[in-house]
Design a protein. Structure first.
Length: 267
C-alpha cells in the first residue's frame, strides 16, 4: 500500500508515529497550521511556530525518509483577536517562498463569528495575491452546514479564487455534496469521535465517488489516529473495493491536488 497523509499535525506527535506511518506506506505528509491547544500570546509565538513547520518538522520527518510539507495561516480559533491576527497575517508572506510551503491553511470558520469571517476573507485575499492554494477547515462544534455554506459563498464571490486549487476539509454527509457541486475538492477527516469514522467515510465515497476527494487523519493532540488513512484502506478492501480505487483515493488524488504547487514532488 502507498498513501499520502495530506493533513496531519505532526508537531503534536511522537517520532514513533513517523516510523509507523512510513512502515504503513506513507510517501509524504502535509501539515497545515492550526491551534496549539492554547491561544498564543503574541505574533512571535506564530513566528516560532512557522519556523517549526518549515524548518524543524521537515528535518524530523526526513530522518524517516518522509517528505514533509506545510500550510501557513492563523487558525480561526485565534481570529477573535483582530490586532494579533493582523500582525500574524503580515508575517506570512515572508515564509511563502520556503521550499516546503504549499499554500494558505487551514483557514476558515470555527464558530461562524463575524471576526472569523473578516480574518478568513483576509487570508483568501492573501492567498490570491500570492497565487497560493488554499486548505479550509470547517466547523465541528457549531453549525457545519452553515459554516460550509458561508465559506463557499465567500470563496465564490472572490473572482481570483479557482475552486480546483481549494480543498474544503472535514466534510460530512450533509456538506460533501455542497462542496463537490461548487467545484472544490473535499477532504474527509477520519477521527474517532468528531469529524468522520472510517465506515462513514467509505459510505460517502460509495455514494459520491472518488473524484476530487481525499482522506486524512488530522492526527493532532486530541484523540486521533495517525494511521487512520491506511486503516480505512484496509476496511475499503474488506468491503470489496479494488486496489485501483483505493490507490486513487489515498495516493493519486492527493498527489493530483498537491502537485498543482510545483514544490510538491515525490522522488
Ligand atoms: Zn487540522
Amino acid at each position: 500500500m502507498r498513501y499520502i497523509e495530506p493533513h496531519a499535525h505532526m508537531v503534536s506527535r511522537v517520532t514513533d508515529d513517523y516510523a509507523a506511518m512510513v512502515t504503513a506506506g506513507c510517501r509524504a505528509v502535509c501539515e497545515p497550521a492550526f491551534w496549539a491547544g492554547f491561544d498564543r500570546s503574541s505574533a512571535r509565538g506564530f513566528y516560532d511556530y512557522f519556523c517549526q513547520l518549515t524548518e524543524y518538522e521537515p528535518r524530523r520527518a526526513a530522518q524517516f525518509g518522509l517528505p514533509h510539507y506545510s500550510w501557513l495561516c492563523l487558525n480561526p480559533k485565534e481570529a477573535e483577536n483582530l490586532a494579533l491576527a493582523e500582525e500574524v497575517l503580515a508575517l506570512i508572506p515572508s515564509f511563502l517562498d520556503r521550499p516546503n510551503v504549499l499554500g494558505i491553511g487551514e483557514i476558515g470558520l470555527n464558530k461562524n463569528s463575524r471576526n472569523e469571517v473578516a480574518i478568513f476573507e483576509k487570508h483568501v485575499e492573501l492567498a490570491v495575491q500570492h497565487g497560493q492554494m488554499i486548505l479550509i477547515h470547517t466547523p465541528h462544534l457549531e453549525d457545519k452546514w452553515k459554516g460550509t455554506r458561508l465559506t463557499i459563498d465567500i470563496l465564490k464571490r472572490h473572482p481570483g479564487v479557482n475552486p480546483g486549487r481549494v480543498i474544503i476539509d472535514h466534510v460530512e454527509e450533509h456538506t460533501v455534496e455542497l462542496v463537490l457541486e461548487a467545484g472544490f475538492w473535499a477532504g474527509i477527516t477520519l477521527y474517532p469521535q468528531s469529524k468522520c469514522t472510517p465506515a462513514r467515510a467509505i459510505d460517502m465515497v460509495e455514494i459520491y465517488g472518488t473524484q476530487r476527494v481525499w482522506l486524512n487523519s488530522a492526527c493532532d493532540w486530541g484523540n486521533s489516529d495517525p494511521l487512520a488513512v491506511p486503516k480505512t484502506a484496509i476496511e475499503m478492501k474488506r468491503r470489496g473495493h479494488g486496489e485501483n480505487t483505493i490507490d486513487r483515493l489515498i495516493y493519486q488524488n492527493p498527489l493530483q491536488f498537491l502537485s498543482q504547487n510545483p514544490k510538491f514532488r515525490l522522488d
